[in-house]
Design a protein around this ligand. Structure first.
Ligand code: PLP
Length: 455
């Protein structure tokens, strides 16, 4: 039985630990064992590490997380869009276990191994465009973005980078500077890397009715005036913004920017770290508008939960850095590569692109009905299994972050793992694992609707 078929059957437990696919609360959330661990955390772990929901996990699989108190919670977050194939997905576990028994590390740049090449071949094949491509692997998303910028600068001999309002690209120094939101990501952590410039995004709910081409021309005009294409190495953009609020730009925005980049020898870099790997109902979100980026950054959903990221793109750009210019001790670690190969095989053989679309149909149907009944739901947006609702004050249209926090806290208390996002803190995002059974997804969405009605 494929993962997709299994996911549809609530009778069959799935996931490595074969967990019952149910929401079951045996204590209040968080329970006593989790609370005790939170106290230990406070003594042992930096206070700078925040926690969305302090239930400590004992096992996870399919569409549930089971905590140390024995509560079984519905997972609508996938560890922030990572476990697309599910937690401890059996084929991933098997592949990693086999690799574990062979060797755990050599450093690819010291003594290489074939699985790294195989992952690069898969990325070259799967990413948009049939041009000649090359890939390079790293461990985290931020590292992929940093390296895409490095490569674009080396190739063009230019230095400036353009990013967008509401962007999120990571927490390292360069990517923190590329990220838009000050709290909690940037404030007090500067100074930031130079030569990073911000342009206005297309945000259909909040940019006064600009269509995609108009919004792109507004950005291009600002880039022209404030930077100049002759200084600009790359434009970096999420095709659907993640942390910034699941903002889907108006049609034509990405295509107009891409055309301008091509005409001006600016490298177009798509950050598909959150949107990639079937999540949006295409293997990559760029495919919705036929966008073929020069470089594409991937991570998160690539390896079933093991740390792996990549930069893939035009061979002439990717081959430009000097030998030895790219790498990293753990970059393309063999366990992560084994996991990625099993994960990618699962996306393809189980047709999880189709599964993401089916999940999207379930979610958008419910959210649209919710928005019709409750004017505080100001927007429903996203694609496939990456959807969000934006909560507002219906009288003014102003973002309602307090309501958003109440809904998220209420859902947590009822055993549903839910994540917020958005520059204004008023967006609830839904990123269920593609392995979640329909019945569990629907139950989780109903809990959120009930919680909103009471909030
Ligand atoms: C679009 C995007 N880019 C980059 C990153 C950074 O990835 P990582 O946390 O693996 O460094 C994220 C993480 O949420 C992301 O969503």
């Amino acid at each position: 039985m494929t993962l997709t078929e299994t996911a549809r059957s609530t009778a069959t437990p799935i996931g490595g630990p074969s967990l019952p696919q149910e929401r079951k609360l045996v204590t209040t959330i968080p329970g006593p064992k989790s609370r005790a661990l939170s106290e230990r955390k406070a003594q042992a772990v930096s206070a700078g590490v925040g926690i969305a929901l302090p239930v400590y996990v004992a096992a996870a699989g399919g569409g549930v997380l089971v905590d140390v108190d024995g509560n079984s919670l519905i997972d609508l977050g996938s560890g922030i869009a990572v476990t697309g194939v599910g937690n401890s997905a059996p084929r991933v576990v098997e592949a990693v276990a086999a690799q574990l028994a062979q060797f755990t590390h050599t450093c690819f740049t010291v003594a290489p191994y074939d699985s790294y090449i195989e992952v690069a071949e898969a990325l070259n094949r799967l990413t948009p465009g049939d041009h000649l491509k090359r890939s390079v692997l790293f461990s985290s998303g931020a590292e992929a973005v940093e390296n895409a910028v490095k490569i674009a600068r080396y190739f063009t001999g230019k230095q400036a980078i353009v990013v967008f309002d509401h962007a999120y690209h990571g927490r390292t120094n360069l990517t923190m500077g590329m990220t838009a939101k000050s709290q909690p990501y940037k404030s007090g952590f500067g100074p930031f890397a130079p030569e990073v410039y911000r342009a206005p995004m297309s945000y259909p709910l909040r940019d006064g009715g600009l269509d995609g081409v108009e919004a792109a021309n507004r950005a291009i005009s600002q880039i022209d005036k404030q930077i100049g294409a002759s200084n600009l190495a790359a434009l970096v953009i999420e095709p659907i913004q993640g942390e910034g609020g699941f903002i889907v730009p108006a049609p034509g925005f990405l295509a107009t920017l891409l055309a301008w980049c091509r005409a001006n020898e600016v490298v177009f870099i798509a950050d598909e770290i959150q949107t990639g790997f079937a999540r949006t109902g295409h293997m990559f979100a760029c495919e919705y508008e036929g966008i073929v980026p020069d470089l594409i950054c991937t991570a998160k959903g690539i390896a079933g939960g093991l740390p792996l990221s990549g930069v893939t793109g035009r061979a002439d750009i990717m081959d430009s850095p000097k030998v030895g210019g790219l790498g990293g001790t753990y970059a393309g670690n063999p366990l992560a590569c084994a996991a990625a190969l099993a994960t990618i095989d699962t996306y393809e053989s189980d047709n999880l692109v189709e599964r993401a679309r089916a999940i999207g149909t379930i979610m958008s149907g419910r959210f649209t009905a919710l928005a019709a009944a409750d004017l505080r739901v100001g927007d429903v947006r996203g694609r496939g299994a990456m959807m969000a609702i934006e909560l507002i004050d219906p009288a003014t249209g102003a973002p309602d972050a307090a309501l958003t926090s109440r809904v998220i806290a209420g859902a947590h208390a009822e055993g549903v793992i839910l994540l917020g996002c958005g520059t204004y803190g008023n967006v609830i995002r839904f990123l269920p694992p593609l392995s979640i059974p329909d019945a569990l997804l629907i139950e989780g969405l109903q809990v959120v609707a009930d919680t909103l009605a009471k909030a």
